[in-house]
Design a protein around this ligand. Structure first.
Ligand code: ADP
Ligand code: ZN
Length: 613
């Protein structure tokens, strides 16, 4: 009965070691203690309740708010050979009856349920009739009004737990861990002296980068060509931008789907499925996309615009690389992103004026935005910036895996150009925004300039050699570096900050993290793999295995990453297994997957190796 957890990890999930936090949580749960795990996306929270489920008599009830995620998790457990089911509104009544009768027979180790079920008395009676070893609450922050996805039906969970004759163990998991939310989870879910495990926020496999391209669309096309064949998300700040980026990609022959709340439900669902099933490589979306998406092989998340705060950014970017493989998070930043975000914050509760609705705290949101801008403008380690933001203390040496640490976008002496801009703003008297300022600097709008006699200024037309967008970007880089103040009114008028006044007065050097128009991408570090040829060979095999995975997935109508993760395919490429024992060595291959897929994958690997002889 008490099979060692590590043995189960190998046998069912094909992993050789536990990750940070998992052993503590698992042993606490097995010993009968309540537990709370706060771990970032992709850290491996599921295994913390799935392994105890394997060891216990009876079933684990998993409350999860996200219907689509539920289906995925259950399918992934089935693929690993673990009997599981879900109960939510997508079931037909005969499916439901079936699951209930199997559950009463004790067939399932795990039963995922939607919280809304708990409001139904019949359902509670059913739960009371099966043997429940543990109740697990996934996305436990949903119980708290302080969290970002409060779900009223989560408040029913404590009641449900209280109704069992023998109180089951309760375990809760989330990636959100502000102190208020944490307190609420313990209190509202009535956790009894829980073991609490909080692991770091760092996602080591993610590479972070910020770019200020002269032309975002060109940058994106270029980036997608360099990353063709990979699965990625492009986040845009508005629906309109989603449409226009999506159109540009399609015009360039790139296979992309779009997703935003303005599209009919059916179309959204189709786009989402096509992305999840690896039919479309790219999805262009607003931040409405992503909740409840568990796709593990997202290789990059490209932000076409800067989002409103670091929390949103980290959550969205964090959808890359859930499988632990190297993935990229790239943000494109421009001055107009600042303006758009301010606009959105300022107008955020226009249509929410229901009586009693809380007004969002705009000062607070603007402060968060300025921290986001600071992230885009810093020349030091991006990862350290984020970790510090979340209250961690990264060491000061930099991570070695972000745009700043790998060299790009260094502080540059831009004194000469900056002086022109600052003087221009000074002469214009703090009454105009960046668009007209850029026009004056480029000599673009002579009539309007003449009206104010700005055509007589010494700096008039002094930056005409730069494209208009580059001038505006440079202005926003100066704003981000603290030389220019942008006022909060709708006109966003520019004026000189104290730092600029003193720099001009004392003839100081003006250093800005800025890249000139024309330099489109940062110099990337050379790939670490020593033999480029070997890497290319690996890539070919990887593509073949991916195609095979997709074929098998299509047959079973499941997302490809549930058959094998990208990490497992990579493992096959480097180990080139030819026996069952070798195949089991691949991380992510457990007993069931060996039986199901070992032969067919090893045959493909053999064909590939033979063809190279
Ligand atoms: P979370 O729920 O914390 O976001 P998941 O439970 O979905 O994360 O796990 C993320 C990925 O990490 C999954 O592909 C999972 O199989 C993998 N994983 C979990 N534990 C381990 C481990 N000990 N070793 C290797 N991979 C693991
Ligand atoms: Zn770094």
């Amino acid at each position: 009965m008490l099979t060692h957890p590590l043995k189960l990890l190998r046998q069912y999930f094909g992993y050789s070691q536990f990750r940070e936090g998992q052993p503590e949580l698992i042993s606490a749960i097995i010993s009968g203690r309540d537990a709370l795990g706060i771990m970032p996306t992709g850290a491996g929270k599921s295994i913390c309740f799935q392994i105890p489920a394997l060891m216990a008599k009876g079933a684990v009830i998993v409350v999860s708010p996200l219907i689509s995620l539920m289906k995925d998790q259950v399918e992934s457990l089935r693929q690993a050979g673990l009997p599981a089911a879900f109960i939510n509104s997508t079931l037909t009544s005969s499916e439901y009856r079936n699951i209930v009768s199997e559950a009463l027979k004790g067939t399932f180790k795990l039963i995922y349920i939607a919280p809304e079920r708990l409001e139904n008395l019949n359902f509670l009676n059913f739960l009371n009739e099966i043997s429940v070893s543990m109740v697990t609450i996934d996305e436990a922050h949903c119980v708290s009004q302080w969290g970002h996805d409060f779900r009223p039906s989560y408040l029913k969970i404590a009641e449900m737990i209280g109704m069992f004759k023998n109180k089951p163990v309760v375990s809760a998991f989330t990636a959100t861990a502000t102190p208020l939310v944490k307190e609420d989870i313990v209190k509202l879910l009535k956790l009894n002296d829980p073991v609490m495990v909080v692991t770091g926020f760092d996602r080591k496999n993610l590479y972070f980068e910020v770019n200020r391209p002269d032309n975002k669309a060109d940058f994106t096309l270029d980036y997608l060509r360099k990353n063709s064949g990979k699965s990625g998300i492009i986040y845009c700040i508005t629906r309109k931008l989603v449409e226009s980026v999506h159109e540009k990609l399609n015009a360039a022959g790139i296979d992309a789907v779009r997703y935003h709340a303005g599209l009919p439900m059916k179309e959204r669902k189709a786009a989402q499925d096509s992305f999840i099933y690896d039919q479309a490589g790219i999805i262009v979306a607003t931040n409405a996309f992503g909740m409840g998406i568990d796709k593990s092989n997202v290789r990059f998340v490209l932000h076409y615009n800067m989002p409103k705060n670091i929390e949103s950014y980290y959550q969205e970017a964090g959808r890359a690389g859930r499988d632990g493989e190297k993935s990229e998070c790239v943000m494109l930043f421009s001055g107009s992103d600042i303006i758009m975000n301010k606009f959105l914050i300022e107008n955020s509760d226009r249509d929410k004026d229901a009586p009693g609705a809380p007004r969002s705290d705009k000062t607070h949101e603007l402060r968060k935005l300025s921290q986001m801008i600071e992230y885009c403008s810093t020349s030091s380690c991006l990862r350290s910036y984020v970790l510090r933001y979340f209250g961690e203390k990264p060491d000061g040496c930099g991570c070695g895996n972000c745009g700043s640490c790998l060299g790009g976008g260094e502080l540059t002496d831009m004194t000469e150009r900056a002086k022109k801009v600052l003087l221009c703003i000074h002469f214009m008297g703090g009454r105009f925004g960046s668009a007209f300022t850029a026009e004056v600097l480029r000599g673009d709008n002579p009539e309007r300039a003449r009206e104010y006699r700005f055509d007589k200024l010494p700096v008039y037309g002094s930056l005409k050699e730069l494209p208009a967008a580059a001038v505006k970007d440079f202005i926003s880089a100066l704003a981000a570096a603290g030389y220019i103040k942008v006022d909060d009114s709708q006109y966003r008028t520019l004026s000189l900050a104290e730092k600029a006044v003193s720099a001009l007065k004392n003839d100081e050097k003006i250093m800005v993290k800025y890249k000139d128009a024309g330099i489109k991408t940062k110099a990337k570090a050379a790939p670490k793999k020593a033999a480029a040829a070997e890497a290319a060979g690996d890539a070919k095999l990887f593509d073949r295995l991916k195609a095979l995975r997709r074929e098998l997935a299509d047959k079973q109508r499941v997302p490809p990453y549930l058959i094998f993760s990208d990490a497992a395919l990579n493992g096959m490429c480097s180990l080139l297994p030819s026996t069952a024992a070798e195949f089991l060595e691949v991380s992510g291959v457990g007993q069931r997957k060996l039986e199901q897929y070992g032969k067919i994958f090893m045959a493909e690997i053999k064909r590939f190796s033979d063809s190279k002889r």
